[in-house]
Design a binder for this molecule. Structure first.
Ligand SMILES: Nc1nc2c(c(=O)[nH]1)N[C@H]1C(S)=C(S)[C@@H](COP(=O)(O)O)O[C@H]1N2
Ligand SMILES: [Mo]
Length: 162
């Protein structure tokens, strides 16, 4: 009973039912320790649903691209709030079997952005799409380290909150 009471303090009694994908291909599935869902305890996104969340732009160089480019996406912080993340860490899975743990605080603390447009255009898997975690490398020197480069996952298709 004590454990149940403690749980109900930190977890809402009812999960919030979220808007559903708008008919496009599912490009991101967020699961794990999340309070909200739009199906089966997960949150499924097509590009249109992702674009209903607050968007941010950043211009930066990266170690993998030539010159400055404009990256547009949803701040990791806003995405984690929307799904009701209940954890510290996200396991991020990429189409090429790459997988890495990204701390949720990389959103508020380091400006992590879940990018869906590169110079205004959706990214194909061959261009590191559909989603690429990008840090404001230009403006935040602390992100120009191997630690953050490892977390700059491209070809992202799934996130599991833990
Ligand atoms: N999808 C995907 N993202 C990835 C990787 C990868 O192999 N696949 N490598 C990571 C690592 S370990 C680093 S340091 C940077 C740069 O990878 P690179 O050495 O292949 O340029 O991208 C990161 N993002
Ligand atoms: Mo790396």
């Amino acid at each position: 009973m004590a454990a149940g009471a403690a749980l109900s303090l930190s977890f809402p009694a009812l999960a919030e039912p979220l808007a559903k994908p708008l008919g496009g291909a599912i490009i991101l599935t967020v699961g794990g320790a999340i309070a909200n869902s739009n199906g089966d305890g997960n949150v499924f996104f097509d590009l249109a649903l992702l674009q209903t969340l607050p968007a941010r732009d950043l211009v930066t160089e990266t170690p993998w691209t030539k010159g400055p480019h404009r990256f547009t996406g949803v701040p990791l912080e806003a995405l984690m709030k929307w799904v009701g993340a209940r954890g510290q860490t996200i396991r991020v899975d990429a189409l090429n079997d790459y997988s890495v743990d990204v701390p949720i605080k990389d959103g508020p603390a380091h400006g992590a952005l879940v990018v869906y447009l590169f110079d205004g255009e959706p990214m194909l898997p061959s261009d590191r799409g559909p989603l690429w975690i990008v840090y404001p490398f230009r403006d935040r020197p602390e992100t120009r380290t191997e630690t953050f480069y490892q977390r700059a996952v491209w070809n992202v298709y799934a996130m599991t909150v833990r």
